[in-house]
Each structure stands twice: as C-alpha cells, then as structure tokens.
Design a protein around this ligand. Structure first.
Ligand code: G3H
Ligand code: 13P
Ligand code: ZN
Length: 305
C-alpha cells in the first residue's frame, strides 16, 4: 500500500540515491510509472498537481494510483504536487494521498511559514508527510543580477524548517519548470545547495529537474514538433545534486515530451490508425523508457525488492 514521501526519501538519503517524483495526468502515464517500478525494482512517488486533478478528477486519479500501489511490492507514495491551499490539501488527504506539498513560495517569508505550519498541522495527525518550498525556481542566466533574491537562502531555510516542522523542502538552486530552462549554459548553484544541506535539518527536493533529452527532442521534431531552444538540466548536474543531498527529483516535462514524441510518431507513420490504444500504447512505452532511465540515473533502481 501507499507509503509516505518521508519514508521513501529517508531511505534514499541514508543510502545516497534519490527517488523520482513523476507527474501523472492520465492512465497511460501512471501505468508507465507503475511498470517501471516493477521492472527496475525501484521506489517511486506518483505526483499529481492541482491542474492534473482538475483534468483527471481527484477520485479517478486517487483510485488508479492506489490500485497501482497495491499491485506492486515496491514502496510507492501518492503526492500532491504544488498544492496552493489548505482546501486542496484536505481533499487530497481525504482521498488517500500519503504526502502533500504546500507551495506558498510566492508569499513572503512569514506568510509562507504561517500557511506551511497550518498544512503541517492538518497533515501530520493523519500520517501524511509535508513538503514546502522556499525561494523561486528560476534558471540562472548570466545577465540576471537579482538571482540571490530568488534562490533559497540557507539561513532562511534553516529557520523555515525549524519553525514549520516540514518533512521536506523544495529548494531553488537554478532549476526551473518546463522545457526551456536556460538560454545560455546550464548552471546550478551547488555551493548554495551544499550550505542548505549542511544547516537545514530536513529532506531536500529538486523541482524543475527534467533533462530534456536530445533523443526525445529529435524524435518529436522528426514528426513535426517545434521545440527549438528547449534545454534541460544535464545529467551530470543531477548526479552532483544527489551527491550533495537531494533525495527527491521531480520530473514532468520529460514525460510530456516522451508522450508527444510517441503520439506524433504513430500519427505520422500510420495515417490509417485510429484506435486510441494503438496510438497511446507506444507513447506509454516511450514514457516508460524515460522513467526507467531516470530511476537508473537517480540510483533508485534495485533499491526495492
Ligand atoms: O510543476 C509541475 C508541473 O510541471 C506543472 O504542472 O501543468 O500540471 O500544473 P501542471
Ligand atoms: P520539470 O518541468 O523540469 O519536469 O519539473 C517538474 C516539477 O518540478 C513538478 O513539480
Ligand atoms: Zn515543481
């Protein structure tokens, strides 16, 4: 059955690997994650954002995720990603989520602490772990001077964690959401990450961590996509972030790109095809390829029996 993020991430931190949090929006993406869990013998976090929940329906998504967790013997968590208010958090807990994120990073420091504290008070008595965010995700470009103002300050992180008692903290060290993370060279602030790890007593999360693999971009482009300028986090940066104490890594964009590449290929190469299963099935396989490669990169493969 479902376990908490805290449980999965604590094992990861102790053993020096990271667990992937994979965003799901439909059955095929969920199945790709669940099958990868079994084939890689890896723990995983199934993540759903408020907009995924609006699209798929809370009860539908929670039900299929719970079925997936029940059908595998590896540890799996069901996590609300980027929850913005207590109402959504409460509904997700009622539906059986084992972990929630309260993302109040857009508020000022005291307001972020206050809302995060309320989320912790709501979730902890029900055995649900909580992730919060401090700082704003932004790619580090050479011409941005105010970058210190948006990246996570280590001292502030320590105070935030002590006052909120969150289980995990999403940090801003130069990653950003989506497929266009850097205009110039990819750059992460590892010094800052090292300092946060040293002084903030919590588990650490890296959002916006998709690598935007060239092979997927090439495949999607071959079949008509226009993704010019797409750039992600290089894999060696991900390895380094794990070595500095990141134990959860969020992946959405790479799954979306894989889905797009898979669907485009079938539609372009089999114009007579109109069976949804034969269009979405191959896309699911492409997503699986990505999920499995993430599990190997993060070191979570073979960490669950
Ligand atoms: O941060 C998570 C996502 O990549 C954005 O997801 O479009 O489901 O809100 P969303
Ligand atoms: P990417 O857009 O890099 O996949 O990040 C996803 C994420 O952080 C979800 O919370
Ligand atoms: Zn995110």
């Amino acid at each position: 059955m479902l376990v908490t993020n805290k449980e999965i991430m604590s094992d990861a931190l102790a053993k020096g690997y990271a667990v992937g949090a994979f965003n799901i929006n439909n059955l095929e993406i969920l199945q790709a994650v669940a099958e990868s869990v079994v084939e890689e013998r890896s723990p995983a976090i199934i993540a759903a954002t408020p907009s995924a929940i609006r699209y798929g329906g809370l009860e539908y998504l929670a039900a299929i995720a719970k079925i997936a967790a029940k059908s595998v013997s590896q540890p799996v968590a069901l996590h609300l990603d980027h929850g913005k208010n207590l109402e959504t958090i409460s509904k997700c807990i009622d539906s059986g989520f084992s972990s929630v994120m309260i993302d109040a990073s857009h508020l000022d420091f005291e307001e972020n602490i206050s809302l995060t504290r309320k989320a912790v008070d709501l979730a902890h008595p029900r055995g649900v772990s909580v992730e919060a965010e401090l700082g704003r995700l932004a790619g580090i470009e050479d011409d941005i001077r105010q970058i210190d103002a948006v990246l996570t300050d280590p001292e502030a992180a320590r105070e935030f964690v002590n006052r909120t008692r969150v289980d995990a903290l999403a940090v801003a060290v130069g990653t950003s959401h989506g497929a266009y993370k850097f205009k110039g060279e990819p750059k992460l602030d590892f010094k800052r990450l090292r300092a946060i790890r040293r002084i903030a007593d919590t588990l650490l999360v890296l959002h916006g961590a998709s690598s935007v693999p060239t092979w997927i971009i090439e495949k999607a482009t071959r079949y008509g996509a226009n993704l010019a300028g797409a750039k992600g986090i290089p894999e060696d940066h991900i390895r380094k972030a794990i070595s500095l104490g990141i134990s959860k890594i969020n992946i959405d964009t790479d799954l979306r790109l894989a889905f797009t590449g898979g669907v485009r290929e079938i539609l372009a190469t089999s114009p007579k095809e109109f069976d949804p299963r034969k269009i979405l099935g191959p896309a699911k396989e492409t997503i699986k390829q990505v999920v499995k490669s993430k599990m190997r990169l993060f070191g979570s493969s073979c960490k669950a029996s």
